[in-house]
Every structure is written in structure tokens, then in C-alpha cells.
Design a protein around this ligand. Sequence first.
Ligand SMILES: [Zn+2]
Length: 67
Amino acid sequence: MDILDRAQVYETGERNAAVASVRAALPTGPSLAICANCEEPIPEGRREAMPGCTLCRECQEKLEAMR
Ligand SMILES: [Zn+2]
């Protein structure tokens, strides 16, 4: 792994975290079919139960654990 690879990994991680936190902070809106953080599909049942959710259960739990 050269320095450009490392920079890209770092940058991608930073951006994903920033995007996920911004999206998760939005009150309501269309639920995403795909997790804003890990890009795993979000089950339809979860989207219906949590309108506006943008994270899969795993990422949501991680985000809440960080607070
Ligand atoms: Zn996720």
C-alpha cells in the first residue's frame, strides 16, 4: 500500500463518517434503500418502522454507541 492508497482509504473513511452523521442527523426524509455508511441494503421492514432512516441497524447502533 503506497501513500496514495492510504490517503484514499483515510479520505473515504472520513467522508463516509461525515456523510453518515449528517444524514443520520436529518429529522425525516425518504428512507434509503442502502445504508449511508456501509452500503448494505436496509430491510424494508426497518425503513417502514423508522421513516427517514439512512443507516442499517448495525451502523445505527455503532453511531449511537459513539454518542
Ligand atoms: Zn450500515
